[in-house]
Design a binder for this molecule. Sequence first.
Ligand code: UT7
Length: 335
Amino acid sequence: MEGINLNQIGVSFKGSGSYVPNQILTNEEISKKVDTSDEWISSRTGISQRRISGVSENVSEMGFKAAFAAIEMAKWDIETIDLIILATSTPNDLFGSAPCIQAKLGANNAVAFDLTAACSGFLFAVITASQFLKAGSYKRAVVIGSDQLSSYVDWNDRKSCILFGDGAGAIAIEATNELDNLIGFTMRTDGQRGSFLNLPSQNNQDLIIDNINYSSGGFSTIEMNGQEVYKFAVREVPLIIANLFKKTNFNSEKINWLLLHQANQRILDSVGDRLNFSSEKILSNLSNYGNTSAATIPLMLDEAIRNKKIKENDIIATSGFGAGLSWGAALIRWG
Ligand code: UT7
């Protein structure tokens, strides 16, 4: 599914917010648990530390705090919000965690639902929400990316446990009859390569009665072929962004910021190189938070907006990529 908006109705971006848990887990501390080192993790990934949710925190609690901050920045009356989409792969309720955020916010007029597309989830959710707004169905939407991967990491697997952390980010999007600030987008899925990164269900078989069996629900831990995911990212992400540039008549010189899913600093640098972005334009906060899945893009976005790096009308090329495999790109004008 892809589209470049030529309609009269567009969207504008009104606010951002984020939240990270207080607990900090450093590389030094991880190397007490598995056979690794700060030097190995920093040089191979760019990550120094990550945040870990406490036992009383969960995806909707973190998502609520991020959404609240975004709504405050937008100066919206809570009652005027029509739509809440929560991108997450680690819901605290498999029936949906977005309704819990809706209730905490008191956003009584909003329909709220979850969307799962792993690390592409936030981008896919922004594009999904924008379609409702551009179609004229709704006026105001809050899109949240919140993930608690620490609950599903195998903390004995040094090949994956070093990468992930917890957090949430959100943005407030509004329909407008003026300039469309979602300039263009592309979304892709390749289920054939899905086995490179999974968080599969793990079922126990049992009998309900003598001749009726069933599987009880549950999940395993994250299974990742790091090298294959790395190769996928450095090949597909530059291609999808270059394609979008071609369709929208943009190039790296016309773009203020490259905002990629924060997976690995080497991926960010390689994609930036291939697209001719100077390093100052590549946004990164990986060092502090690691890979927070659906939360990385809004977490980085909010940080750059609040420290006044990203300014009104700046053009951002953004791309999410990960499990599915799924990936996508969008060109956004902030404001
Ligand atoms: O949202 C998407 C999520 N996933 C990703 O973004 C993953 C993308 N992939 C990556 O970021 C990288 O592939 C990793 C950081 C996961 C791994 O880096 P790499 O440079 O691809 O390492 P490797 O898997 O090729 O392993 C090289 C060596 C191996 O040892 P041998 O076989 O050469 O003796 C590993 O056993 O490094 C070893 N190794 C480690 N050593 C110390 C793997 N993990 C560690 C570790 N500490 N944590």
